[in-house]
Structure formats: C-alpha cells, structure tokens
Design a protein around this ligand. Structure first.
Ligand SMILES: [Zn+2]
Length: 137
C-alpha cells in the first residue's frame, strides 16, 4: 500500500463529492481520492456498486501516475460507519477514506484510515481555480 501524507481536503473537492453523492441517490456514489501537494483535490469516479468497487480499484492501479491516497463513497442510509467490505476496501485504497451521508453538507461525513479507524481530515480553502483560469481573458 502506498503511504502519502495528506494535510487536508480542498473545500471545493468536498463540495463536489457532496453534489455527486446527492445526485446519485438512491444509489451510492464512489470514487478514489488523489492528492496534489499533500491536499486532496481530485476524485476519480468508480463505476458500480459496493461489490464491484475492488475490481475497479485494481483496474485503476494499473494506470500510470496514479497518486491515490484513499477513497470516498456515500451511504444513502445516513449511517457513517464503515461496513466490513468497506474496511476491506480501505486496506487497499489508502489512508484517507471518506464516507458521506445525507444531508450531504460539510458536517455529514467522516474519514477513516486503512484499518477503518476514524481520523481527522481538515477542510482547506485552496485557490486552485486561479491557476486554471488566469489566462482565460
Ligand atoms: Zn460503505
């Protein structure tokens, strides 16, 4: 398993996750988290359901330059506790695994390490839009 230090998650990225989770209802939303300069800024969306998540993960690991630090998925049931298959998946996906639930706001989520233990993950304000649109006009 890859160990990467992460300082937090970008607020925009967390908002994207919440939007995607809300629009996936009643299905769950799942993705892998990528970090840039120790901050989680990207979500790679995983197709399928809980049972197919592991095979999607393994396929993604075969791509080059994947800097995956963990995962995210939603629990439409509003229970933030990881299931047994979740914890198995976390042991492969990394040290920062988010579970989000309704009402999908900045307080309705939790982060777990590779063993399924709850951990802190700060929400950071990152101005990464500036870099992208500087030359737009
Ligand atoms: Zn789950």
């Amino acid at each position: 398993m890859r160990k990467r230090k992460v300082r937090g998650i970008a607020r925009d990225t967390l908002q994207f996750i919440m939007e995607a989770s809300r629009s996936s209802l009643p299905m769950e939303f799942a993705g892998l988290l990528q970090a840039d300069k120790e901050i989680i800024t990207e979500v790679l969306i995983l197709p399928g359901t809980e049972s197919s998540r592991m095979s999607a993960l393994i396929r993604l690991y075969m791509l080059p330059n994947m800097q995956i630090v963990g995962s995210v998925h939603s629990h439409p049931s509003a229970d933030l506790r990881p299931s047994q298959p979740d914890i198995q998946f976390f042991s492969r996906s990394g040290d920062y695994n988010l579970i989000v639930c309704p009402p999908f706001d900045e307080s309705s989520w939790a982060c777990y390490d590779a063993e399924g233990m709850r951990r802190e993950l700060p929400i950071l304000d990152v101005d990464f839009k500036d870099d992208m649109f500087d030359d737009a006009n």
